[in-house]
Ligand binder design. Structure first.
Ligand SMILES: *Cc1c(COP(=O)(O)O)cnc(C)c1O
Length: 358
């Protein structure tokens, strides 16, 4: 007998909510800063904005479903075949498509924890099971423990580097050693959302690693370093069978014309955009140094954010920061992630942090 009301798949009830970084409320007399979503604080580059505005003139038409110009630009920039690319509405969407393509109910997806909060949601949507491997004491991926967590049921492993929200990056040598232990039928997603911000001693390049490894996927986005968070465009680079499976699961016409045009123009103006990244990296160093001087145990910060391990004081700190005009992203009981923003906003954060330092 059928039940009286429509009911979604059982897995759907278990999906955790994504908590977006809150924007500040307008406050007369207080300048506010949104440091809660790892956004790029710079206004759009004029040329990129012009390209997007021009593309808006054809909004009555569907976008190019084949992302022809974007794939051509990426293929040239990365020296990869077009057939190895799969774009989506942000790299989060690309991850959804990939998990949908590779996971069935009961399969396992291994990733570090705490890490990006979209992972447990994306896994749960497929009906697969999240296997969360605790970070080390210094907030890094524990790749040995992740390797040990792989079972016969594992379909996908996600490596988030730099790790959102804690900051450290996985290094090339340790990643290569890890990849050598992963069974060849397990897909390894390298989430490189913040790769342009990495200034580590031995960084990896997911696109280099995928070339000789048919199970490795480099996942990248235009949302962070390129400043297109609002337009939703990201992509995967992988061997053709994986890239084709991801494309097969993508929504038709997902990436809009404006997003495609802005992404193509951003690649053309990459040097200018990466100069801005240099400024953010310099601010990150200034903020982290100041926090360390205040006595905070801030982990290595390789993204456009820093992590304050506040434990039980997290929510109170976020509230104090909000009162001072700065929105941070609290993870209750654990810590707060603070994006690197405009210097003036970073200064307000440092002032609040000084008042809460031990
Ligand atoms: C921001 C972010 C992404 C990319 O998000 P999109 O806006 O969907 O491209 C992917 N992974 C991590 C870890 C992120 O922090």
């Amino acid at each position: 007998m059928s039940s009286a009301t429509p009911s979604p798949r059982a897995a759907i009830g278990g999906i955790p909510a994504y908590v977006p970084g809150r924007p500040p409320a307008a406050r007369p007399g207080v300048t506010t800063y949104k440091l809660s979503s790892n956004e790029n604080p710079h206004a759009p580059l004029p040329g990129v904005l012009e390209a997007a505005v021009a593309a808006a003139a054809t909004m009555n038409r569907y976008p190019d479903m084949g992302c022809t110009a974007l794939y051509a630009a990426l293929a040239e920039r990365l020296d990869v075949p077009v057939s190895h690319l799969a774009a989506g509405t942000g790299s989060v969407a690309v991850l959804y498509h990939l998990l949908q393509a590779f996971c069935e109910a009961g399969d396992e997806v291994v990733y570090a924890w705490r890490s990006f909060e979209a992972y447990p949601i994306a896994v749960a949507v497929t009906g697969a099971v999240s296997v969360q491997v605790p970070l080390t004491a210094d907030a890094r991926h524990d790749l040995d423990a992740m390797a040990a967590a792989i079972t016969d049921r594992t379909k996908v492993v996600v490596v988030c580097s730099p790790n959102n929200p804690t900051g450290p990056a996985v290094r090339r040598a340790e990643l290569e050693a890890f990849l050598a232990t992963v069974p060849p039928h397990v897909v390894v997603v390298l989430d490189e959302a913040y790769r342009e911000f990495v200034r580590d001693e031995d960084p990896f390049d997911g696109v280099e690693l995928y070339r000789s490894r048919p199970n490795v996927v480099a996942m990248r986005t235009f949302a962070k370093a390129y400043g297109l968070a609002g337009f939703r465009v990201g992509y995967a680079v992988a061997a053709e069978p994986i890239a084709a499976a991801v494309r097969a699961c993508a929504l038709p016409f997902g990436v809009s014309s404006v997003a495609q045009a802005a992404a193509v123009e951003s690649l053309r103006r990459e040097a200018e955009l990466l100069e801005r990244v240099e400024g953010i990296v310099a601010e990150r160093a200034r903020v982290r140094e100041a926090l360390l001087d205040q006595g905070w145990a801030v982990p290595d910060a390789q993204g456009n954010f820093v992590w304050l391990p506040l434990g039980e004081r997290t929510v109170a700190f976020a509230k104090a920061a909000e009162e001072a005009g700065v929105m941070v992203r609290p993870f209750a009981g654990d810590g707060a992630r603070v994006s690197i923003g405009e210097p003036a906003g970073n200064d307000v954060l440092l002032k609040v942090a000084a008042e809460h330092a031990d």
